[in-house]
Design a protein around this ligand. Structure first.
Ligand SMILES: [Zn+2]
Length: 271
């Protein structure tokens, strides 16, 4: 190989290495929200225990605006038609459900476009049930996330971080949604906590109550910051009290209606 050829060949190799490096950096910058980080190395080595994190729902299940979340019409009857079929009218944010980024931002990711890599994720459970028993509008604070990290290690990239406020025990009781005077009251995340979770590389958050923000929120600070960041939420989770703080894996059966802002989902954990 001549000197000129050698120089050209080294230059080519350096350029292609630089291209590789830039490619990796660009992938990292695209971040967790796009599903670019593969969370699989942090997934649970399962004991085989499977826990349903989903409430069954019907037209009596509490909703944020108080309207029935689902209505059933009989479309076919077994005795007349030979098979059963219902026609359903469903508000998207009903029962155990997804909040997609599009729910609280213009032109953002819709529920059908959530990166599938973020729908199977390491599950971190933050227990605030002691303070929630004292104050129904209590919040997961940044200090609760820091305490979780001290006890369990770093939040895995792409994780789902879920609030256990003990609210599953109240399902079917008016206190799941309201104070005795009818005012909404339930725990949620604080924005300082979810800002920290953006930095930590979590892809989703979940709550065992009706909203990512607490019931007395006037500004929906978490909805208006977490969702526009391209991350999603899960509301109305069940049975988080049956899970360890770390080591579980969550399976998020998000619906896939095109352009949707969210919707009822089947959520399952494996530990
Ligand atoms: Zn919501």
């Amino acid at each position: 190989m001549c000197n000129a050829c050698l120089i050209e060949s080294v230059k080519d190799r350096m350029l292609s290495r630089r291209g590789l490096f830039l490619g990796a950096a660009a992938t990292a910058a695209a971040g967790v929200a796009s599903g670019a980080f593969n969370a699989r190395p942090a997934l649970a080595a399962s004991t085989g225990r499977v826990i349903d994190l989903t409430h069954a729902y019907d037209s009596d299940f509490p909703t944020f605006d108080g309207k029935p979340g689902i209505l059933y019409d009989v479309d076919k009857k077994f005795d007349a038609d030979g098979y059963h079929l219902f026609k359903l009218t469903i508000f998207e944010h009903t029962g155990t459900h997804i909040d997609a980024p599009l729910h609280f931002s213009e032109g953002a990711t819709s529920v059908d476009a959530l990166p599938v890599e973020n729908l199977i994720a390491p599950l971190c459970v933050v227990d605030i049930s002691a303070k929630a028993a004292e104050d129904p509008n209590s919040m997961v604070e940044a200090s609760d996330i820091e305490a979780w990290i001290s006890a369990n290690g770093a939040i895995p990239a792409g994780a789902c971080v879920a609030m256990n406020s003990g609210w599953t025990a109240r399902i079917g009781d008016p206190s799941w949604r309201n104070l005795p005077d009818g005012t909404m009251a339930f725990p949620g995340f604080s924005k300082t906590a979810t800002d920290l979770l953006v930095e930590a590389g979590a892809a989703s958050i979940g709550v065992d109550t009706m909203s990512l923000d607490p019931g007395n929120s006037a500004d929906f600070a978490v909805h208006y910051s977490w969702l526009p960041s391209g991350r999603f939420g899960i509301e109305g989770l069940a049975n988080l009290d049956q899970l360890p703080a770390s080591g579980g894996t969550i399976f998020i059966g998000a619906p896939k209606h095109r352009g949707g802002t969210g919707g009822p989902a089947r959520i399952i954990a494996m530990v």
